[in-house]
Design a protein around this ligand. Structure first.
Ligand code: FE2
Ligand code: FE2
Length: 182
């Protein structure tokens, strides 16, 4: 499979986490109280799957391949994408920290920002950066990127970790999004 298609498939899981976070925010805005276990589970998914795997693969494997093929960090998209990953990591920590302080207002602020940041980030990748990448990488270069992703998944993160975080996401989805959404 093309490397961009592999990343787009992972975006679907991240977008599901954003829908869960959005539903959590709506409950809080309707007077609900913070469920620290669920927030902790969602933060754990984001930290492991988005920050610790997907964004690392983009930064350490995908972007270097694009730069080697001629794109530069100064061109804009790669610099913006990297900056947004850093913002995402900071907001994940801010969400965790505000939940620990039991500060619902702060949590809502950071969570809403996170949902907006990552939704727009994914849209830019899916519709702009990945089109550029498909035109930039030769089939052979693309194949190498896909193989490096696979190697990263198996040796750095590992199948048990992916299974664990996906089961977290599934549980949260059935609670916050209803059984129909999968
Ligand atoms: Fe990204
Ligand atoms: Fe991405």
């Amino acid at each position: 499979m093309k490397s961009t298609k592999l990343l787009m498939a992972e975006h679907e899981s991240i977008l599901e986490a954003l829908r869960i976070l959005d539903a959590m925010c709506a409950e809080l805005e309707n007077g609900g109280s913070m469920n620290k276990d669920d927030i902790g589970s969602l933060v754990s998914f984001l930290r492991t799957f988005a920050d610790g795997s997907h964004h690392v693969k983009e930064e350490a494997i995908f972007m270097p391949a694009l730069m080697q093929a001629g794109m530069t960090l100064q061109d804009g998209p790669l610099r913006v994408m990297t900056y947004e990953h850093e913002r995402g990591r900071a907001l994940t920590s801010a969400m965790e920290e505000s939940a620990a302080r039991n500060n619902k207002e702060d949590f809502l602020l950071y969570a809403r920002r996170y949902v907006q940041l990552l939704s727009q980030h994914i849209e830019k990748e899916d519709y702009v950066l990945f089109d550029m990448a498909d035109q930039t990488l030769t089939d052979e270069e693309d194949q190498k990127v896909a193989e490096s992703f696979d190697h990263f998944d198996k040796t750095i993160v590992g199948t048990p970790t992916y299974e664990r975080v996906h089961s977290i996401l599934e549980k949260l989805a059935s609670k916050y999004l209803g059984a129909a959404v999968h």
